[in-house]
Design a protein around this ligand. Sequence first.
Ligand SMILES: C[S@@+](CC[C@H](N)C(=O)[O-])C[C@H]1O[C@@H](n2cnc3c(N)ncnc32)[C@H](O)[C@@H]1O
Length: 534
Amino acid sequence: MKVSIEEHLQQLRSRATELLLREDWNEYINLYSRFISLCRSHLLAASSGAASDSVHKTLCLALSNRAEGRFRSRDLPGALEDCDDALDLDPAHLKSLLCKAKVLLDLDRYSSASECLKLALASQPSGGAADVVRGLSYRCRKLEAQSRTGSFDLSDWILNGFSEKCPDLAEYIGPVEIRRSTNGGRGLFATKNVEAGTPLVVTRAVVVGRGILPESGDRHGESARMVMWKDFVDKILDVAEKCSRTLCLIYQLSAGTGQGELDVPDIDLFKPEAAEELFVLKSKKPDVGRILKVLDVNCLREEGFSAGIHGKHSNYIGVGLWILPSFVNHSCSPNARRLHVGDRVVVHASRDVKAGEEITFPYFNVLLPLDDRRAMAKGWGFECSCERCRLEESVGFRQEMRELEMVMKSGTDLDGVAVRLEEGMSRWTVKGKAKGFLRASFWPAYSGVYESERLTRRCGRRIPAVSMAVQSVSEAVGGDERILRALLRRLKRGGGDAMEMDKAMRLGRGTYGKIMKKAAMKALCEVALVHYAN
Ligand SMILES: C[S@@+](CC[C@H](N)C(=O)[O-])C[C@H]1O[C@@H](n2cnc3c(N)ncnc32)[C@H](O)[C@@H]1O
């Protein structure tokens, strides 16, 4: 028996409802693709105007439904294309306007989303649809203001113990640009003087892979790591295949070789509003070999209070690719830090930064001696050429430093190490910033002393007071929980004056960023006291 086109479409609709309920988006999209081609061929064959009007309506709804499916399966460019096709048929189609606004919001194109919502409002939605329009408009205004001003506020989230949904942060590019760095490759540079704590870049990851790995030494550990990595790579390839903008941006990143030959892209290329014409590729198929190399060089681990210590398992690991932060080089004397909030990373100045200065954050723990840092940089595949490493390599008293490092590692005579370093620095006429560099290299010894009232008393005035050491080390390496903790412990024990309180607040801003109110900063300081006992 021959089935009429209407009956066929009705069968497809019923099947689509089943797939929608099952959230089987791939099948849902496939089904609507068939539905759409049927409508289009029917439209070509339609003889009367009335018949063609009704198929137009059906086609418009089908495009809108496929857009929703594509949105759910994170094919945002595909979803946008479907919404635009539906709106070509009916510019006031509410469902398509709402879906388009959601897609544009997820693509961080807030002004375009806002335009779309204005059109949706003009069609006078009622009931639930009106609520959706109002909700999206509010979100749009909030994100647009954040992306323009760089004012973020994580206070509520922190004060609620990080338990609520992650705060909704906008994409933001602050006063920075990409230039050639002294290490030969490219780097991110400040275009204005900024204070410690100022957000520089806030951006969403292409993908973050998260998991809880078995204890190290567990024979399943390595295979669990491999499974997690494979899943992460598959997701990256999936996004890159669906979105040529993302693929183009991934291709801008270093694949590890020929640092000096890499192009220096304009910062505007990384703005969500950058024109689509800038992202045209010869082949939309991702070059897997090249992407694997890019991931090797640029993936970062989530870190900071938001990643590891709140409610998450101690073996938790999160690895992601964040495009613009991938231009930030490492330095053992960094001036920026990263804070992870959901899939977004906030890169903020961890100390005052001057216009023209390169923005750097630590790829690994920099509160360690030169040889340990060298080994870690080697693991990353480079030799660190930062100011601090160059200075420590060139000093004539390198051998004496090595001996002190050995004692510090044995953990037996921490006060002796700190005292001998201070005496050595007077003899070697080490001054100013260089003192901060060396104290940072021996921070485990200093912090061991400051943690213990007995050792602090024993050292007396042969080592600097906590607040002075904290000041010099934070000037060398920027804000850091472990340095902040030393100062907070001193304040907690009593004896801290208003100046020290002020210093702690400033160091807190360098450590956590100027993205929270005082009460939330205090809550984080409590966290530093509990979680950073060396
Ligand atoms: C995430 S990329 C940083 C941006 C990179 N310079 C570029 O041009 O795309 C990491 C690579 O930059 C280089 N790099 C980063 N920090 C460095 C440093 N302190 N000294 C030397 N090379 C560094 C290394 O080649 C490293 O593999």
